[in-house]
Design a protein. Sequence first.
Length: 256
Amino acid sequence: MQKFFRPAKLFYISFSQEILGSSKFLLTPVKHPFIGLMKSFSTEQKMSVFDFPSYKEQLEEAKKAYAEDRFQESVELFSKLLDKIIKAQGEQHKDVSDILYYQGKALYATGNLEEPIEVFLRGLKILKSLFGENYSDSPRFYLSIGDIYERKGKNEEALVYYEKARDISSLYGPSHPSLRTAWESIGRIQTSLGLFDEAYESLTKSHEILVGVSREKSLDIAKSHLNIGKLLKIQGKYNTLEKRQKRPSSSKKYFI
């Protein structure tokens, strides 16, 4: 059996009996149909605005501007989309956090090293309030903040955020998209701080994840070997370096 929710005279939206049984609805007509729809769901049950073509098209337009290095335009497009989503769903929604992440990356690409941190922290705060401290999307925010601090030459601060990204992503196993990057970033900072033994361990873990999960990315694997090789050269461990430079027969095809 199908029931209908009519937020305005413009259109009808149908919901299954199961959804109707588990949701609270506002039956008062509103001027903006989509706002009425979004307010009818609890925080966990709200659908994504990107299920609607107009929002999805605006997101793709902003992403395209970013991909084509039109960073300032991308920032403006993400900002407009963010305002629109907040009006439709409120601040506390994962869609808002997602757009804040994209907006932060675009701002960072323009060379802005201050405002993106605030944007990323705002997105993190939303995720924590919705899903708790260790949500699977959180590491990408920590990595981005760490990257900014590293670029600013604040390696100790960067290390704190990289380690937080590692700790959360490791809860989800080696296939988590942020775990390898977190280990690599930690190793890079540890090298800068002169913590060579720790750096070697971190870079090796990053390399092992890369080989185990992404064998097809031969260039990335080659770069990973190079990072470890540079560290060993700094330490003067040439015997170990020579061993690493010998390509195992089982992985020859993965190198360019």
